[in-house]
Design a protein around this ligand. Structure first.
Ligand code: ARG
Ligand code: ZN
Length: 879
C-alpha cells in the first residue's frame, strides 16, 4: 500500500542490468500458515554494464526476510539493507552465490500476484512483477536465468507438485510430506516462473512434433472438472500443429502442462511449460459453455501456447516492450482462429472490439502508444492498446509485406533473437531486413497514441471517366502528445459499378486489366488518387477488411450503404455498411419526437438478410446484431446514454414489429435435430435463433415466449439455453423471466462458471439489472469478493453492459461503482483498477452525466491508502 505519490518509470531511463543471474535454485516449503522460500542465485556482474556496479539490488514486495548468505556464509545485517521493496547487498564480488530465505503467506494473498491459494491449491502469477512477492530477485525481464525448483508439501493434501521444465527428482520426506524437483533448461525471466501444488486430476494426451519428437501433454484440474478438459486439449494440439505449419515453430520441452485455477486476475498465463488458466478460459462442456466460450478457449489456449516462441524463447527487454509479445501473439492467435472458423466473422469480432473499446481507450485519459513511454504501475498497461491495437500493427506489417516476406521476417526474428530479451524495434528491423522494405515511418504506429482519422472525399468526372479520391489523415492529440505526424497506413479499397460488379482500379495510365482491389499506402497528410476508365460513378468500398485501425469519415448516403450491404464482395464491408446504416438511423432519432419516422429501408434490408438462405449465414448472424450502446456512445461527442438507449430500443422494436413473420420463419428454419457442432454454420444457426427470439420477446410476442420457454427447457447445449434465458431476462415477461432464472440457478448452482453466466446475464440486463437487484446479487451466497470472475460477472457486467442502469441520471450507478472500487482496492488492486475504467471516460458524456462521474472518481481518489494501480488511473483521468 502506498503512502507517497507513486513514481513514474520512463522508457528513456532504461539501463542494462548491473548484475546477471546465471542460475536460480529454489526450494519451497509449503505449509498451511505460510511458505518458506530458499533462493540461491548464481550471480555475476554484467560485462555489458559500464561504470561502478555498486551494491547488488534485488526487488521484493511483502516479504519477510529470514536470512542472507553469500557464498555459503551468513551475512551480518551490516552487509545488507532491507528496504522492503529493495534488498541491497554491499561489497559483492564479481561472481558469487547468494542465498536468500524469505517467509510469505500465500493463504492471505488476495492480490493474486506471486504465490497464492485458490480453492485449496497453491498457484502463482508472476507477470509482470509478481515474482518479487515470492522472493528477492532482479525482477525484470532482461535478466534471464536457468531455474531449478524443489517443491515440498504435505503429500495427502498436495499430491501434485508442479513447476517449469522437466521433473528430475522426487521423494518422500518426514511427517507425510513429499517433494518434486523440476528443472527448466531454457533461461527465462522471472515473470515466466510458475508453481502449482494441489490435489488435482491429471488428463494426459500426446503430440508428435514435425521432427518426430513425442510430447507429453497434461491438463491438471480439480476432480469435479475432469469432464471439461477435452476441448482445450484438442485446441492445444491444433495450436501446436498450426504453429509448425504456419510459422515453422516446434515445441521445445518434452512436456507441456495446463492448469485450471478458479481465482485468477486475467485470462491465462504462458509460464514456460506450465500454462496457468483462469478456469473460465479453459474448462468447457457442451452443457456448460456457450459457443462464444468455446471460441474464446480455443483462442486463449492457442495464444498462451504461441507465446512459447513469441514471448518465451524471444522475450521483452523491459515492460515498455510488452506489445512485442502481446501484439504479435494476439495477431498469431487471430490468424489461427480465422483458419479454424470463419475468417470474416473473426475479423468482424476483432474490429468490433477495437472500434468499441480500444478506440475509446485511445481517446481517453489513459491513452498510450503501443510502446508506452512511461507508466506508474505496469499492470495498468495490459490494455486493449497493447494487445489489440498491437496486433493490428503487426497485421498491417503482414499486409504491407505479404504472406511470404512476413514469414521470412518472422523466421529471421526468431533466429536472430532466440534466447534474448528484445524490443519492438528489433521486431520491425527483422521485418525490414527480411523484406527490404523501409518501415521507418511505419514505426510511428508504436510511438504515437490516438486513432488516426481519415477523411475521404470523392469526385467523379463524367467527361474524362476519372474518379478522384482525396484522403486526408490526422492523428488526434492525446495526453502528453500533440502535433503528430502522418502515419503509414495501408488502405484497402474496391470500386463497385451500379450492378454491383467490381470495377478495375486503374491508377492513371495503367492497362485495363488493373486489379479490382488495391491496398493504397497513405503516408502523407493528404493524398489524391485518380482512377481512370470509369464510365459511371462508382460506389467506393473503403478500408476493406478493416485494413488499418483507423476511423473513416466519408459522406455515405443511405442508398450507398444499402447498396454495399447487399453487393460488396468484401464480407467485412457488407457488415460494416449495415452497421453504419443502423448507426445513422439510430442517431437520427436522438432528440427526435417519439413518433418520428424510422427509416423503412432498414426493415427491407434486414428482411432481405432474413429471407435469403443462400447468403453466408455466419455473416447474416453478425449483420443482424445492431450496433451496441457502447459503440454508439463511443461515436458521440457529448453522449446522452439514456437517449441512446431509447433510440436503439425504438429501432429494435420497429424492426421486430415489421419483421415478425420473417423472424419467426427464420427461427423455425434453424431448428432441426442436428448434433451439436462447433462449425461456423452451426454457430450461426444458434446465433440466428436466439437473435430472432430476443427481438420478438423485446416486443412481447406471445408465440415467441412459448418458443423461448421450450428452447430453454429442451436445449442440449448452453448456447441455446443461455440464448433463451437471455431473451427472457431482457423481456417484459416478468414471471417467465423469474422462473427461468430460478430454474437455471438450481440446475447449475454447483458449477461456478455457469453461475458466473447467471450473474452476468442479470447484471448486464436493463430489466433484471437495476441497481437494487444488482445489490442483491452481491449479497447472494454464490457471490465472492475474493473471486475476480464473480466481481467481473456482477460489477463488471453492470458497468460495462447495462449502460442504461449504470448511467442512471441520478448518479446512483456511478456512486455504486466508486464504492465497489474502493472496497476492492485494499484486497485486489489490479481488479479495482480495471473496474474503475468506465468512470474514467467522463469527458465523453453530456454535462449532467460527466459531473457526477467526476464526483465519483474524486471519491475514489480520496480513499485513504489508495493502491498504485488505482492511483495512476484515477489521477490521470482527473488531470
Ligand atoms: N501474459 C498473459 C497473456 O497471455 C497476461 C498476464 C498478465 N497478467 C497481469 N497480471 N497483468 O496475455
Ligand atoms: Zn499474451
Amino acid at each position: 500500500m502506498r503512502t507517497n505519490q507513486p513514481q513514474t518509470i520512463y522508457l528513456e531511463e532504461y539501463r542494462v542490468p548491473q548484475y546477471l543471474v546465471e542460475h536460480v535454485d529454489l526450494r519451497f516449503e509449503l505449509f498451511e500458515d505460510g511458505a518458506r522460500v530458499h533462493n540461491t542465485l548464481t550471480i555475476q556482474r554484467n560485462p555489458a554494464a559500464d561504470g561502478n556496479p555498486g551494491p547488488l539490488e534485488l526487488d521484493g514486495d511483502s516479504l519477510r526476510l529470514e536470512s542472507v548468505a553469500l557464498d555459503g556464509e551468513q551475512l551480518p545485517a551490516s552487509r545488507y539493507e532491507d528496504e522492503g521493496s529493495k534488498l541491497r547487498v554491499k561489497d559483492v564480488p564479481a561472481r558469487f552465490e547468494l542465498t536468500v530465505v524469505t517467509w510469505i503467506e500465500p493463504q492471505n494473498n488476495t492480490r493474486l500476484e506471486g504465490l497464492y491459494k485458490s480453492s485449496g491449491m497453491f498457484c502463482t502469477q508472476c507477470e509482470a512483477e509478481g515474482f518479487r512477492c515470492i522472493t528477492y530477485y532482479p525482477d525484470r525481464p532482461d535478466v534471464m536465468a536457468r531455474f531449478r525448483t524443489r517443491v515440498e508439501a504435505d503429500k495427502a493434501a498436495y499430491p501434485v507438485l508442479l513447476s517449469n521444465g522437466n521433473p528430475v527428482a522426487q521423494g518422500e520426506l518426514d511427517d507425510g510430506r513429499h517433494f518434486v524437483t523440476w528443472e527448466d533448461p531454457f533461461p527465462k525471466p522471472s515473470y515466466l516462473f510458475a508453481l502449482v501444488a494441489g490435489d488435482l486430476v491429471e488428463k494426459k494426451d500426446r503430440f508428435t512434433t514435425c521432427s518426430g519428437r513425442e510430447i507429453d501433454l497434461r491438463m491438471y484440474v480439480e476432480p469435479r472438472n475432469v469432464h471439461k478438459c477435452d476441448f482445450a486439449m484438442d485446441a492445444l494440439k491444433r495450436s501446436m500443429r498450426w504453429d509448425e505449419d504456419v510459422y515453422g515453430r516446434e515445441y521445445d520441452l518434452d512436456i507441456f502442462m495446463i492448469v485450471a485455477v478458479d481465482d485468477f486476475n486475467m485470462g491465462a498465463m504462458e509460464n514456460k511449460g506450465l500454462n496457468i488458466f483462469n478456469s473460465s478460459c479453459v474448462l468447457a462442456s457442451q452443457d456448460t459453455a456457450t459457443d462464444a466460450t468455446f471460441q474464446r478457449i480455443e483462442a486463449i489456449v492457442a495464444h498462451e501456447y504461441f507465446h512459447n516462441w513469441s514471448g518465451n524463447r524471444v522475450t521483452c527487454r523491459d515492460w515498455f516492450q510488452l506489445s512485442l509479445k502481446e501484439g504479435f501473439t494476439v495477431f498469431r492467435d487471430a490468424q489461427f482462429s480465422a483458419d479454424m472458423g470463419s475468417p470474416t466473422v473473426k475479423r468482424i469480432e476483432d474490429a468490433t472490439l477495437l472500434r468499441t473499446a480500444q478506440f475509446a481507450e485511445d481517446a481517453g485519459p489513459m491513452a498510450h502508444p503501443v510502446r508506452p513511454a512511461s507508466y506508474m504501475e505496469i499492470s495498468n498497461f495490459y490494455t486493449l492498446t497493447i494487445y489489440e491495437k498491437g496486433a493490428e500493427v503487426v497485421r498491417m506489417i503482414h499486409n504491407l509485406l505479404g504472406e511470404t516476406l512476413f514469414r521470412k521476417g518472422s523466421d529471421l526474428y526468431f533466429e536472430r533473437h532466440d534466447g534474448q530479451a528484445v524490443t519492438t524495434d528489433d521486431f520491425v528491423r527483422a521485418m525490414e531486413d527480411a523484406s527490404g522494405r523501409d518501415l521507418s515511418q511505419f514505426r510511428l504506429w508504436y510511438q504515437q497514441a490516438g486513432t488516426p482519422v481519415l477523411t475521404v472525399q470523392d469526385d467523379y468526372d463524367q467527361a474524362e471517366g476519372i474518379y478522384r479520391l482525396t484522403i486526408r489523415q490526422a492523428v488526434p492529440d492525446t495526453p502528453g502528445q500533440t502535433d503528430k505526424q502522418p502515419q503509414h497506413i495501408p488502405f484497402a479499397l474496391g470500386l463497385l459499378g451500379s450492378e454491383g460488379q467490381p470495377l478495375p482500379l486503374r491508377l492513371q495510365s495503367e492497362s485495363p486489366e488493373a486489379p479490382q482491389e488495391r491496398v493504397l499506402e497513405l503516408t502523407r497528410a493528404e493524398h489524391c488518387f485518380e482512377f481512370h476508365g470509369l464510365t459511371e460513378r462508382p460506389v467506393p468500398s473503403l478500408l476493406r477488411g478493416f485494413s488499418a485501425p483507423v476511423r473513416v469519415h466519408y459522406p455515405w448516403t443511405r442508398e450507398q450503404l444499402l447498396f454495399l450491404m447487399s453487393h460488396d464482395p468484401d464480407g467485412f464491408n457488407r457488415w460494416d455498411a449495415g452497421q453504419r446504416l443502423a448507426v445513422d438511423v439510430i442517431q437520427s432519432l436522438l432528440g427526435a419526437a417519439d413518433d418520428a419516422e424510422i427509416e423503412p429501408r432498414l426493415v427491407e434490408a434486414y428482411r432481405a438478410l432474413l429471407q435469403d438462405p443462400s447468403l453466408d449465414q455466419a455473416l447474416v448472424a453478425k449483420m443482424l446484431q445492431l450496433p451496441s450502446e457502447a459503440y454508439l456512445i463511443e461515436l458521440s461527442d457529448s453522449a446522452d446514454p439514456a437517449a441512446i438507449h431509447r433510440s436503439r430500443d425504438r429501432v429494435l422494436a420497429y424492426l421486430a414489429e415489421n419483421l415478425r413473420d420473417d423472424l419467426m420463419a427464420c427461427y423455425r428454419r434453424q431448428t432441426g435435430t442436428v448434433d451439436y457442432e462447433l462449425t461456423p454454420e452451426a454457430i450461426a444457426q444458434r446465433s440466428l435463433k436466439s437473435t430472432a427470439l430476443g427481438w420478438l420477446l423485446h416486443i412481447g410476442d406471445e408465440p415467441a415466449l412459448e418458443l423461448a420457454k421450450a428452447q430453454y427447457a429442451e436445449a442440449d447445449n448452453m448456447t441455446d439455453r443461455l440464448g433463451a434465458l437471455r431473451a427472457l431476462v431482457n423481456s417484459d415477461f416478468q414471471q417467465a423471466r423469474t422462473e427461468a432464472l430460478a430454474s437455471f440457478y438450481q440446475r447449475y448452482s454447483e458449477d461456478p462458471q455457469v453461475v458466473e453466466l447467471w450473474f452476468s446475464v442479470q447484471a448486464g440486463s436493463d430489466r433484471a439489472g437495476q441497481l437494487p437487484q444488482v445489490q442483491q446479487l452481491l449479497a447472494h451466497p454464490a457471490f465472492d469478493w475474493k473471486n475476480p470472475n464473480k466481481v467481473r460477472s456482477v460489477v463488471g457486467a453492470f458497468a460495462g453492459q447495462n449502460l442504461a442502469a449504470f448511467h442512471n441520471p441520478d448518479g446512483s450507478g456511478y456512486e455504486f461503482l466508486a464504492e465497489q472500487v474502493c472496497r476492492l482496492d485494499d484486497s485486489n488492486p489490479q481488479i479495482a483498477s480495471r473496474l474503475v475504467a468506465p468512470l474514467t471516460r467522463w469527458k465523453k458524456f453530456a454535462p449532467n452525466y460527466s459531473t457526477q462521474m467526476r464526483t465519483a472518481l474524486e471519491r475514489v481518489r480520496d480513499k485513504p491508502a489508495l493502491s498504485r494501480d488505482v492511483y495512476e488511473v484515477v489521477h490521470k483521468s482527473l488531470a
